[in-house]
Design a protein around this ligand. Structure first.
Ligand SMILES: C[S@@+](CC[C@H](N)C(=O)[O-])C[C@H]1O[C@@H](n2cnc3c(N)ncnc32)[C@H](O)[C@@H]1O
Length: 269
């Protein structure tokens, strides 16, 4: 898929806040070996690297357009490479990913795989968006004529499991300490049309790429749909995101079950 770094950066300030919340979950120590999955333009990878003293940070992404832009961020201790998140290997003190793994399917196998890349005592630290009513309108529009015919019924799936599922997967994959939460980032946008601009740099991309000449009509239909649902100006756009950080247990590390191993009824409140 062809990413457009300029479109993605339109809402840079709004996209920085969840990154800051995510970095706050990182246990900062000197000399870490770090990988940033889906690093995009590399600007946030650089911010991360600048906070990790004497560390070696590698940003990976599968978009040549994003990686070309990321070259401007290269410095000693910070490099970028073309790689797919699904193919990443090696052992890392910190596996970090901001707003990228929603593009990868099957989190039931992805999360354990990412945990297996983390060295004992290291961390997996991830942020990903949860769907919202404005985003859910995109596949609805894609299901209408003439777009449905042009797309052959195809719609893009974004992955995001319930919080409890991530907790279970992390626990089963050797996590000790973990923090998992969901947060709504409230944005006040000019009008509902600005939501089209927001998604122009991300969730609309795979549709626009497939629709070719029909792309503008698709965006216009989506814009109309948003305006009729949210006619007010300015418009409130609440963006929900999942954040989690899990530390891989040291070899031999063991945490007792919370009920001490007793089997039986548990309090329901
Ligand atoms: C929304 S951008 C986030 C970029 C950056 N992490 C940030 O926070 O600014 C998502 C990035 O994930 C990359 N991406 C999506 N699927 C990927 C995959 N399977 N493997 C590698 N990169 C992927 C895209 O190319 C894009 O640069």
């Amino acid at each position: 898929m062809s990413w457009n770094p300029e479109n993605y950066e339109k809402f840079k300030a709004e996209r920085f806040q969840p990154f800051e919340d995510l970095v706050a979950l990182v246990r900062i120590r000197p000399g870490l070996k770090v990988i940033d999955l889906g690093c995009g333009t590399g600007e946030l990878t650089r911010r991360l690297a600048d906070r990790l003293p004497e560390s070696e940070v590698l940003g990976i992404d599968n978009s040549p357009q994003m990686l070309e832009k990321a070259q401007a961020q290269v410095r000693p201790g910070l490099a970028f490479e073309r790689q797919a998140i699904e193919q990443v290997s090696g052992r890392w003190d910190l596996v970090f990913s901001n707003a990228a793994i929603q593009w990868v399917r099957d989190h039931e196998s992805l999360v354990p795989r990412l945990m297996s890349l983390v060295r004992p005592g290291g961390q997996l630290v991830v942020q990903l968006p949860r769907g919202n009513p404005a985003m859910e309108m995109i596949p609805q529009v894609a299901g209408e004529p003439p777009f449905c015919e042009a797309l052959g019924g195809w719609t893009q799936e974004f992955s995001c499991l319930p919080l409890y599922s991530y907790a279970e997967l992390l626990n089963r994959s050797g996590a000790g300490e973990m923090v998992i939460f969901e947060k709504v980032y409230p944005h006040i946008l000019r009008d509902a049309g600005a939501i089209v601009d927001w998604y122009d740099g991300t969730a609309l991309l795979p549709y626009l790429e497939r629709l070719g000449d029909l792309g503008e009509a698709f965006k216009e239909r989506y814009r109309q749909r948003l305006h009729s649902r949210w006619p007010e100006t300015p418009v409130f756009f609440g963006f929900q995101r999942v954040l989690f950080a899990a530390t891989r247990k040291q070899a031999g590390g063991h945490r007792a079950p919370v009920d001490g191993g007793r089997v039986g009824n548990v309090a329901r409140c």
